[in-house]
Structure formats: structure tokens, C-alpha cells
Design a protein around this ligand. Structure first.
Ligand SMILES: [Ca+2]
Ligand SMILES: [Ca+2]
Ligand SMILES: [Ca+2]
Length: 213
């Protein structure tokens, strides 16, 4: 029984690790090394912050909207009069059954400064976050059936975030899409699980040796 349960645990672990993922932007703390689920250092005096690399500045998949503050806000963002940030995941194929998205975002204050309008492939999402100043937070999404259907129909996931006249200062570090329903374990977590399994096997062998003796 113990061997069977260990094998099923291994099978569970092999699923997420084999999953494919796509990322827009890099997880570098808004180009400023700000930790995840933490506090940022931007304020009204740095509302035109631009922490993008040269490659990020010329990107066209939406990376150009990451690592700035405030995103698509005329007078502050490097995108002129643009008020909609568009992030495009492409080449996704048409065999999706489930999907998971994570977005690292900073400083959403919808109830104070107005709410953005966000769509996934044209399907409206609830983005009325009140994470507060000066907080960064990674938000997680399990994609709905209609969003999955739209990915299979187009091979893409296009996310639009329309400022909708909001005066909120906010930013994005990165967006990560996976073809699974739950987050992929971090490499460190996976390594610890393997170490744990190894210790379990060792303990079992010791127990069996004792039983024989
Ligand atoms: Ca960057
Ligand atoms: Ca804000
Ligand atoms: Ca980044």
C-alpha cells in the first residue's frame, strides 16, 4: 500500500512539472528588485518610473507595459496617450482543458481612484482590486471554461487592461500562463519533496531491516 501511495504521489508531481508555461515580462520586482507580495518604493514623485531594460522597451507582446509606474496613464507612462495595456500570449495551440494565470501587480486602489476594465480574449474579468498603496500582490486565476474555449479557438490569450479613466497609479511586474489548474511548484519545493520521499524510502528500508532482524 505504501509503495502504491508513493507512486501516486510521484505521478501527481510529474503532472505539474511537465506542464507548459508562457511568461510576459520578467520576475525582477518591477526592474527594482522589489520582493513579491511586499511593498514598492514608488510614489507621486516617481509616478513616471521606468525600470524596463532596452529589450523590454521595444517588446510588442505586452512586456513593454511591465516594470513601469503608472501603467498606461497619460502624463506618467512612457506610452503617450495610450490608456489600454494589452498583453498577448500567442502560439498556445488548441488542446487546452484547464489553465492557470498569475499576475504580479502593484498598488491597485479601485474603490478610491476608479476601476479598470479587464478582458481575457474579450471576456470581462473582475479586476476591482483594493490591494492598497504601497503593496504588491500576485493574483492567481483559474481560467473559466469560456476563456479556455476561446484559447482553443484562437491559439491565443489576449489580455486588455483599460484604464477606464481611472486615476489610480499601478504597475505590473510579469504575467505567467500555465496549462494546468494550479501553480507549478517552485524548483526548491520540488527538490524538498524529492528529499522527503528519499528519507521516507530510507526509513521504510530501516523498518523492514529491523523486522527481518
Ligand atoms: Ca525587467
Ligand atoms: Ca494605486
Ligand atoms: Ca518585471
Amino acid at each position: 500500500m505504501r509503495i502504491i501511495s508513493m507512486m501516486s504521489l510521484l505521478a501527481l508531481m510529474s503532472g505539474p512539472v511537465a506542464a507548459a508555461s508562457w511568461q510576459i515580462g520578467d520576475n525582477d520586482g518591477y526592474g527594482a528588485g522589489i520582493c513579491d507580495n511586499c511593498q514598492h518604493s514608488f510614489n507621486g514623485f516617481t509616478a513616471n518610473y521606468d525600470g524596463r531594460s532596452a529589450a523590454e522597451m521595444v517588446a510588442t507582446d505586452g512586456t513593454q507595459y511591465t516594470d513601469t509606474y503608472s501603467t498606461a496613464q497619460p502624463g506618467f507612462s512612457p506610452h503617450g496617450s495610450e490608456t489600454v495595456a494589452t498583453f498577448s500570449f500567442t502560439g498556445l495551440g488548441n488542446s487546452w482543458a484547464v489553465g492557470h494565470l498569475e499576475i504580479d501587480m502593484a498598488d491597485f486602489q479601485a474603490s478610491t481612484f476608479g476601476s479598470v476594465i479587464t478582458t481575457f480574449n474579450g471576456i470581462t474579468q473582475n479586476f476591482a482590486y483594493n490591494d492598497g498603496f504601497p503593496n504588491t500582490l500576485i493574483h492567481f486565476y483559474t481560467l473559466t471554461g469560456s476563456v479556455i474555449d476561446s484559447i482553443n479557438a484562437t491559439g491565443e490569450l489576449v489580455i486588455t487592461i483599460d484604464r477606464n479613466n481611472s486615476t489610480d497609479f499601478y504597475g505590473f511586474d510579469y504575467l505567467k500562463l500555465s496549462d494546468i489548474a494550479a501553480p507549478v511548484p517552485e524548483p526548491e519545493t520540488y527538490a524538498m519533496l524529492l528529499v522527503g520521499l528519499g528519507l521516507l524510502g530510507f526509513a521504510n528500508r530501516r523498518r523492514m531491516q529491523k523486522t527481518v532482524a
